[in-house]
Write a protein that binds this ligand. Structure first.
Ligand code: HEC
Length: 147
C-alpha cells in the first residue's frame, strides 16, 4: 500500500516503541487505527522480534544516478549515519533507512521538517530544518536504493 513502511529488518527496539505508541494512540496513523487495541505487551514484543528478524528486502525501482549522488552527499555531510549507522541499517530506537520505501521516507522527512510529527522520538526534531523538498526527495531516493 502506498506510504506504508516496510517492517522487515527494522531494529527490534524501534518496532516495539512504535507499536506501543500506536497502540496507546500517541502516534496517530489513520490506517493503523484500532488495529492494536487489546494487543498485550508480550505480543508486541513477539511481533517486534518477528519483524526484526526478517531480511530487509528493497523494492526500489531504477536508480536515478544524479538524485542518488546528491542524496548520498547530503546524508554523509549531515552525519545521518551517526545514529542510523553508516550502513543505514538502524539500531536500537533508530529505524532502518536502507531499503525503506521511498514514498514513505519522503513523507516522514517532510513531517519531521515541518514539525508535524506526533508520538515520535524527538531526536529527529531540528535535524531536517531548512531542507528543501528536493533535498528530501534525493535523500529518500538514496536510502530506498540501499540494500
Ligand atoms: C541524533 C540521532 C539521529 C540523527 C543524527 C538522525 N536521525 Fe533520523 N531518526 C532518529 C530516530 C531516533 C528516529 C525515530 C523516530 C521515531 O519514529 O520515533 C529517526 C527517524 C528517521 C526517519 C523515519 C524513518 C521511519 O522508518 O520512520 C527518517 C527518514 C530519518 N530519521 C532520516 C534521517 C536523516 C536523513 C538524517 C540526517 C540528515 C537523520 N535521520 C539523522 C535519530 C537520528
Amino acid at each position: 500500500m502506498a506510504l506504508s513502511p516496510s517492517l522487515a529488518g527494522q531494529p527490534r527496539v524501534f518496532l516495539e516503541n512504535t507499536l506501543i505508541m500506536i497502540r496507546e494512540g500517541l502516534r496517530p496513523i489513520a490506517a493503523m487505527k484500532g488495529l492494536l487495541d487489546g494487543v498485550g505487551d508480550a505480543e508486541i514484543v513477539a511481533l517486534a522480534d518477528h519483524y526484526s528478524r526478517l531480511p530487509a528486502r528493497a523494492e526500489a525501482g531504477p536508480r536515478d544516478e544524479a538524485a542518488w549522488r546528491r542524496g548520498e552527499a547530503l546524508a554523509s555531510r549531515n552525519l545521518c549515519g551517526t545514529c542510523h549507522l553508516p550502513s543505514y541499517a538502524g539500531q536500537q530506537q533508530m529505524p532502518r533507512l536502507a531499503g525503506q520505501r521511498q514514498d514513505y521516507l519522503a513523507q516522514s522527512m517532510r513531517e519531521f521538517r515541518d514539525n508535524r510529527t506526533q508520538g515520535r522520538d524527538t531526536q529527529m526534531n531540528g535535524v531536517l530544518r531548512g531542507y528543501s523538498d528536493r533535498d528530501i526527495d534525493d535523500l529518500a531516493h538514496y536510502f530506498a536504493q540501499l540494500r
